[in-house]
Design a protein around this ligand. Sequence first.
Ligand code: FES
Ligand code: CO
Length: 354
Amino acid sequence: MLQTEQNVLRKFYYPVMPIGDLKEGPKSIQLFGEPVVVWLDEQGKPAAAIDRCCHRTAKLSLGEVRQGCIVCPYHGWTFNRDGKCTYFPQSQLDNPPKVYKIKSFYCEEKYGYVWIALDEPLRGIPEFSRYGDPGIRQIHQFHEVIHCSALRLMENSFDTAHIAFVHHNTFGDNQDPIPPEFELVPNETGFDMYYDVPVTNKLNKNIKAINVDGDTTVRKVHGTWHMPFIRQLDMTYPTGLVHSIITCATPRDDHSCTLIQFVFRNDTEAEVPASTIIAFDRAVVDEDMVILESTESNVPLDLTLRMETHMHADKPGILMREMLLKLLAEHGEKESLPQLRTPQVYEMKIIERV
Ligand code: FES
Ligand code: CO
C-alpha cells in the first residue's frame, strides 16, 4: 500500500508533536507527503494549514505568529486558523480578496500533543484506557522520525515472534522462540489482543522499569489497535505495576513516519524516575528501529498477491491488512501499490502452530 495515495487515511487524527514544541513559534511538519505548518492561535490552541503560501509559495513556517495568525515571511500576508487571509499589507482593503486563502486542516490538542486530520475525520482522537485514572502519571517518551512505513511499525507492535530475537538483550529470551498463544478480538475501530508473556530484565538488574523482582516475571498484555496507526500496549505485572504504552506511527510519506510514544504508569517518580523508564524503553525502541528501517516500505494489504510469506504469529498483522483493505473498499478505493522490479510470488499458506 502506498499510504499517501489512500485518501481515506487522511480522515483520521494523528499526533504530530508535543504541544510544548509550539511555544517558540510555528513549526513545519510533513504528513502524508503534505508540508504542514502548525502554530498556536490566540486561545493557545494548535492550528494547522498547508505550509505553502497561496501568493508565491513561500513556506509559512518561516514566518511568525501575530495575534494567533500565521504571517508569511515573504510579503506579510496573514492567515487565520481557517486559512483565510485576514491582512494584506500591500493594500488598504479591510477585507482581502476571498481567493487569498490557504488550505487549513483539522487540528486539536489532546494528551499534551498536537493532533491533525488532513480531511474531515471519520472519528475522534482515540480514547486511551488509563488516561485520567487516579494514581496514573503520563510520561512523554519519544518524538522522532523513523525511516520505515507506518504500517510496518504498527505490525511490529503486535508481533510476538520478534521478542526472542530482536529484544534478547533487553527483555526477550532467545532460548525460547515459541511465541505465546494470544486472543484477537476485532471491533469497529481496530482490535484487541490478549496474551501473557514471560520476560526477563537483562538490560540492567538495577533498572526496575519493568519491575522484575529476580530474573523473570510474566507480563499480562492487552494490546489495542486503533486503526490505522496507533496502538496501546497495556502491560500489568504480578506486582500490580501498570506500564501502558501508546505508540503512534504518524505517516510522513510512503517511506517514513513520525514516532510519538508516551506511557501511563501507576507508580511514582520517587519509586521509579521517569528518566529510568524512558531509558529502558529507549533501548527497546532502538532494537526495533534497526530492524524496521531495514524493511521494505511497501506493505501489501492484499494477501492474494502473495508478495510475502506468513506464520501463525503474524495473525494480528494479517488482520490489520484485511481490515485496512475493507476500509479502502468501503470508501471506494483500491490498494495502491508501487511498481515492483522483481515481484516475488509465494504460496499463501499460513503455517499453523504445531
Ligand atoms: Fe506569501 Fe508573498 S509568498 S505573501
Ligand atoms: Co519490538
